[in-house]
Ligand binder design. Structure first.
Ligand code: CAA
Length: 246
């Protein structure tokens, strides 16, 4: 039987590459999109030439605890299982800490970190009951090393790593693994729209002298989702071209 993966933020560059990779590996993917963005999600679905067996579009505001609990409980009833949960949805609102508003702090923490509670908790008991399931959280090199102008984002992305290690301990007895993929600077609009001088300065510090491709992040996710990674848990797999080695 086809395994089912849930990918949040699935039509962003990295989310889209993860969805495609998992579909190509035979998963059915529940691809979440943000409230009100159905048309955009449908266009993405058509452009990628998915069919309804492969991908189910699923509206979800990952910052809304009650909505996630209700909708994901219903999803479990409808689909029977979620074998792999990929927490990928994320935003950046960069600014110097002295200029950072409470709104941009809260939005980044809610979307990137609190979403892990909101999305994973309604699924986790069923995953443990089924055994052998996977939670994969997409953090960032900047959660490992910190980044000028990203106190909110670095805090959230570092928090994801602590969450994952703790969850890994709770899932282990059920053969449920929890791991992190920590991308470096990846060729996505989020990165490519940074001020030119800043992006050039960052690129010059990457030993491989290039951005990651979204597909390279997706490969790491697919590996951690696979049977080959059954004994890996609580780990952070960096895909950063050597930018930071922890
Ligand atoms: N280290 C030390 N000082 C730095 C610095 C750095 N890395 N970057 C900038 N500064 C200095 C500047 O030289 C400047 O100094 P002066 O006042 O003496 O001229 C001062 O700090 C203010 O910098 P800016 O002029 O850049 O300030 P700003 O308010 O215009 O912009 C910012 C602030 C938006 C945070 C901007 O610096 C920036 O975009 N930084 C990059 C943040 C970044 O890396 N974001 C990653 C986005 S992609 C992502 O996050 C995906 C992922 O997971 C990897």
């Amino acid at each position: 039987m086809r395994k089912l993966a849930l990918v949040t933020g699935s039509k962003g560059c990295i989310g889209s590459a993860i969805t495609e990779k998992l579909v190509n590996q035979g998963y059915r993917v529940v691809a979440t999109y943000f409230t009100g963005n159905l048309r955009c999600a449908e266009l993405w679905f058509e452009e990628k030439k998915f069919n309804l067996e492969q991908v189910r579009l699923f509206e979800l505001d990952v910052t809304n605890t009650e909505e996630c609990a209700t909708r994901l409980t219903t999803l479990l009833e409808e689909e029977g299982t979620v074998d792999v949960a990929v927490n990928n949805a994320g935003v950046i609102l960069d600014s110097l800490f002295t200029k950072m508003t409470a709104d941009s702090w809260n939005t980044v923490i809610d979307t990137n970190l609190n979403s892990l509670f909101n999305v994973t908790q309604p699924l986790f008991s069923a995953m443990c009951e089924k055994r052998g399931c996977r939670v994969i959280n997409i953090s960032s090199v900047n959660g490992l090393k910190g980044q000028f102008g990203q106190t909110n984002y670095s805090a959230a992305k570092a928090g994801m790593i602590g969450f994952t290690k703790a969850l890994a301990m709770e899932g282990a007895r059920y053969d449920v693994t929890a791991n992190v993929v920590a991308p470096g600077y990846t060729a996505t609009p989020m990165v490519e729209t940074m001020r030119e001088g800043i992006l050039d300065a960052i690129k010059s510090k990457i030993p491989m002298k290039r951005l990651a491709k979204p597909e390279e992040i997706a490969e790491a996710v697919a590996y951690l989702a696979s049977d080959a990674a059954a004994y890996i848990t609580g780990e952070t797999l960096s895909v950063n071209g050597g930018l930071y080695m922890s």
